[in-house]
Design a protein. Structure first.
Length: 327
């Protein structure tokens, strides 16, 4: 049987305490798969703890481990992209370092892949320790996103998945700066399978998804995949214009046909305040899209790599004595 290669890409942000156990559990989960030659790519996304030192230590002891150190914190999605773009394996598994994504599920992902699926998604059953608010907000976001974008993403379907080489190469062709890989994976097509699993609690450390980051992540997904907010803004604009026109007719009627022209100033003031509030909301929506356009037109690198655990190879094609320092 021909050996297939698998790369496991894990973004790392202050996860020093989780990485050794993650590797141990991966080795235990994949030791009975002789047909798979696997490697682990750890992408340090600007960690401030000892994560990079731990990655270097693991890479020295285990040849299967490779580290990529980004120059600063670019965000979870960009760290995942860096791993995907530096992988040449037949398939790539993406997962988090906090062990909420169980490594023991990877053999099942591989089985679905070997059965013909190009994308093997996972769908999480929320841990019982999660608060009602967290469960409700997570499910609500995916329903709203699917409605606005037309891209169906099931609740609990995060970035724990297996991607075939063909899918990875397809994703590499997308050049947008505002990354939402969960959406990109869904729109590239290809045969898909879904595996359910029970979510686990974080092993160590604290979550990096604060409320602010979650809101930015949610906004990036909606504004990069959907024009529906602009269309909703247009509808709201039309409705408020009709309301303002009706108020104008009311004011003219009061002025010409009654002696109560002073009466009603409160309703007029309330309507003006309402319209100004709605206008600012609409301007904010338009501003989000204009901001995304500005980011895209800049064409800046989506990430920069400062250091790797793999030494760079010399240019063997250069002639002896050729200075390659400026290449």
């Amino acid at each position: 049987m021909k050996t297939k290669t698998l790369d496991i890409v894990v973004p790392v942000l202050d996860e020093a305490d989780n990485l050794p156990l993650l590797l141990d559990r991966l080795e235990a989960a994949l030791c009975d798969l002789p047909q798979i030659e696997w490697s682990l790519t750890l992408v340090d996304d600007g960690s401030t703890d000892a994560s990079w030192e731990v990655i270097e230590g693991l890479a020295e002891k285990r040849p299967c481990v490779r580290g990529l150190r980004l120059s600063r914190n670019y965000g979870h999605q960009h760290a995942l992209l860096a791993g995907l773009e530096h992988s040449e394996a037949d398939a790539v598994v993406t997962m988090d370092a906090d062990l909420q994504h169980p490594p023991e599920l990877i053999p099942s992902l591989i089985e679905e892949w070997e059965n013909g699926a190009k994308i093997v998604n996972t769908q999480r059953k929320d841990p019982t320790e999660w608060s009602t608010l967290k469960r409700w907000s997570s499910a609500l976001y995916y329903r709203v996103f699917s409605f606005l974008s037309g891209v169906a993403i099931r609740p609990g379907m995060a970035d724990f998945r297996l991607l075939d080489r063909q899918v990875v190469d397809s994703i590499r062709q997308f050049r947008e700066q505002t990354l939402f890989l969960r959406g990109l994976v869904q729109i590239v097509g290809f045969k898909e399978a879904v595996i359910l699993y029970q979510g686990e609690v974080r092993h160590a450390g604290q979550t990096k998804y604060t409320l602010g980051r979650m809101l930015r992540f949610a906004g990036a997904g909606v504004f990069s995949f959907s024009l529906m907010p602009l269309r909703i803004a247009t509808v709201i604009g039309v409705l408020t214009s009709l309301l303002a026109f009706a108020e104008l007719i009311y004011v003219v009627y009061i002025r010409l046909f009654t002696d109560r022209s002073v009466v009603g100033w409160a309703s007029g003031l309330a309507l003006i305040s309402l319209m100004f509030g709605i206008q600012f909301i609409l301007l904010g929506i338009i501003g989000e899209y204009l901001g995304n356009v500005l980011v895209e037109t800049r064409g800046r690198p989506r990430y920069l790599i400062m250091q790797t655990t793999v030494p760079s190879q010399p240019d063997v094609t250069a002639e002896p004595g050729t200075d390659t320092s400026d290449r």
